[in-house]
Write a protein that binds this ligand. Structure first.
Ligand code: NAG
Ligand code: NAG
Ligand code: NAG
Ligand code: NAG
Length: 319
């Protein structure tokens, strides 16, 4: 009697998971073509579309699966968390699919691909954590605990941008998302890129996890200034530092991604907690993914303690 019951429950559980397995398997059919110059281009359907060299490589679902996402963000749906039920694997993968043809998680060999996902999610985890000191599971298990700033002290409307990114009178531009977006001009720029009117509807970012991840991956893939690398390019090594960069201790690697995304707020300040917290998430995720933190390289590559900021905080961008 008991045995039959157990088998029945197991079967039910298995059938619950089957749709995901099917969905992932259907994504692996690759169509290949060659350009006149002999360059190989691929299209993998929904996850990596549009004849790209990057789509010939593994895609994210090949090496990063639901259980790994659950491992990285294991506490996000506990009753103590602040965005219970919001973040999930499929939102991340859907969002990533927009950028995989451009090289997000599809550049270099499998180790490099997994490292980029750990690096990107390391930023996400450290910016959305509510795990401090004594948290159960350790302070690094609480990434994706938030999806927006809890007690904004202001509306984050900068009138300097009133012609390009005018504030909507009813809207507040407080921190929202996976790598939180603050200020009208940042909502304006992301909205322009994703073709969604975020100046009128900044709240979409805290209502839609796919959009929240898309905005964060866009930030990762897009240089702050045209003359500078994106975090993606700097991380995967598609960026050649100038003499100035070298003089100012900026070298390809994880450290410089913090410089690009946060500048003086985190970098060039020595071994400060804010920087170390981001690094700790990255290294923890490398371990959980089975890549191992030793792959991250020496401290000066992982850290930005000695780097001069790409973009010093100016009045316009800090007011
Ligand atoms: C695809 O993967 C191979 C090895 O796994 C790597 O050498 C190559 O650089 C990758 N392609 C791109 C466009 O990154
Ligand atoms: C993967 O690429 C990285 C850097 O791009 C390199 O250091 C490493 O040796 C490569 N691993 C394998 C197994 O080819
Ligand atoms: C969430 O955002 C994505 C990406 O912009 C969009 O495709 C989807 O329709 C949105 N979902 C809802 C429920 O609005
Ligand atoms: C190099 O850095 C200095 C000081 O940060 C700056 O004034 C100069 O314009 C930079 N040169 C180049 C070529 O970027």
């Amino acid at each position: 009697m008991n045995i039959t019951k157990t088998i029945f429950i197991l079967t039910t559980l298995l059938s619950l998971f089957t749709p995901f397995i099917n969905c992932d398997e259907s994504s692996t059919k690759t169509i290949v073509k060659y350009t006149k110059s002999g360059k190989k281009l691929c299209d993998k359907g929904w996850e990596c579309k549009g004849w790209s060299i990057y789509c010939c490589n593994l895609t994210i679902t090949d090496y990063f699966q639901v259980y790994q996402f659950e491992n990285l963000f294991s506490k996000r749906n506990t009753p103590l968390a602040h965005a219970v039920g919001f973040w999930d694997y499929h939102s991340f993968i859907n969002a990533a699919s927009l950028y995989e043809p451009l090289g997000f998680g599809t550049t270099g060999n499998k180790t490099m691909q997994m490292m980029e996902i750990a690096a990107f999610l390391g930023h996400v985890g450290s910016k959305t954590t509510c795990g401090y000191g004594v948290a159960t599971g350790g302070p690094l298990a609480w990434g994706l605990c938030y999806n927006h700033e809890m007690s904004p002290s202001q509306k984050y409307c900068d009138d300097y941008y009133k012609l390009t990114y005018p504030c909507n009178p009813g809207a507040d531009y407080y921190g929202r998302g996976a790598i939180p977006i603050y200020w009208n001009y940042n909502y304006g720029a992301v909205g322009e890129a994703l073709k969604i009117d975020l100046l009128s509807h900044p709240e979409y970012i805290e209502q839609n996890a796919t959009l929240a991840f898309q905005a964060a991956i866009w930030r990762w893939m897009t240089p702050i200034k045209k003359s500078q690398p994106s975090a993606h390019q700097a991380f995967v090594g598609n960026w050649k530092p100038s003499k100035n960069d070298t003089l100012e201790h900026r070298a390809p690697g994880f450290g410089v991604t913090m410089n690009i995304l946060y500048g003086e707020g985190v970098c060039g300040q020595g071994d400060v907690d804010q920087m170390n917290n981001i690094i700790s998430h990255y290294l923890y995720y490398l371990d959980l993914l089975g890549v191992g933190r030793e792959q991250a390289g020496p401290h000066e590559v992982v850290s930005c303690a000695e780097q001069k900021a790409f973009n010093p905080i100016t009045k316009a961008s800090s007011s």
